[in-house]
Design a protein around this ligand. Structure first.
Ligand code: ADP
Ligand code: MG
Length: 247
């Protein structure tokens, strides 16, 4: 039996009379890179909200690393190894870059049941934060307020924060949206270089980026999965071509 890192089965999400997700099944084996593509409004971010726990499905189940987490809240799914970024950034704008990393690291150590740190460990946390920043090429920006960063740097910082929690599953919602071609290339390179021990599911509007980064692609349209396969298979699928021509 395949070990799925993350799986949604028969997920339906009803908002009033509108079905944003309609019986979606998406099962991603450990180590896979999966892209989710589809026109605006197809239900991609809603699916992430169901997988990560920001929303509870109207029906269906979510498993994370083999465990049923359908009723587990988002912060506990995070502790179980799931990290995500949002379509719009989720950073604390009025804090410095280093403070954002420190907060994430502190939250992570409390997740490991270290509820206090001895005096003097604040320095350790700052040093750890600087190591994370250096790793992501943000070493020069530790003292800057997040709102002073260029948008591309904010998106990279978001992924750095998600990765600093050592997740086993990483969900990226449109990581290259709004980036200059140069920043998009840089970010694509960083995602491509993530260790294969991490399962990555990414929503990506740019087909070329999606196809370059992924092993498998799932295509959503109007709340349903209309196609899934390798990038080559999906790129030549008539339903997919129609969905995009009709956008
Ligand atoms: P995508 O990420 O593929 O562009 P979304 O999942 O964000 O699409 O949205 C899918 C549809 O569900 C859209 O029509 C959106 O307006 C609707 N939707 C998303 N969230 C809500 C909500 N909380 N309440 C009502 N409708 C929503
Ligand atoms: Mg979206």
């Amino acid at each position: 039996m395949t070990d799925y890192a993350i799986a949604g089965r028969n997920l339906t999400m009803q908002f009033g009379t509108f079905r944003a997700n309609d019986d979606i099944t998406l099962a991603v084996p450990a180590g896979e890179r999966r892209a989710l593509i589809g026109p605006n409004g197809a239900g991609k971010s809603t699916l992430f909200n169901l997988l990560a726990g920001q929303l509870r499905p109207t029906s269906g189940t979510v498993t994370l690393l083999g465990r049923d987490v359908t009723r587990v809240p988002a912060h506990r799914r995070a502790r179980l190894g799931l990290a995500r970024t949002f379509q719009l950034t989720d950073l604390l704008d009025e804090l410095t870059v280093r403070e954002n990393v420190q907060l994430t690291l502190a939250a992570q150590s409390s997740a490991h049941r270290v509820f206090w740190r001895p005096l003097g460990s604040v320095g350790t946390l700052a040093a750890e934060a600087d190591a994370v920043l250096a790793q992501w090429d943000l070493g020069d920006f530790g003292d800057r307020l997040v709102r002073e960063l260029a948008y591309g740097q904010q998106r990279i910082l978001e992924i750095a924060l998600a990765m600093s929690r050592n997740p086993q599953v990483l969900l990226l919602d449109e990581p290259t949206a709004g980036l200059s071609p140069a920043d998009a290339r840089k970010l694509t390179g960083l995602v491509a270089a993530l260790p294969r021990t991490i399962t990555v599911v990414m929503i990506e509007h740019d087909m070329e980026v999606a196809f370059t980064l992924s092993d498998q692609v799932s295509v959503l349209q109007q709340g349903r999965v209309i196609a899934a396969g390798t990038p080559d298979e999906v790129a030549t699928d008539n339903r997919v071509l129609e969905a995009y021509l009709g956008e």
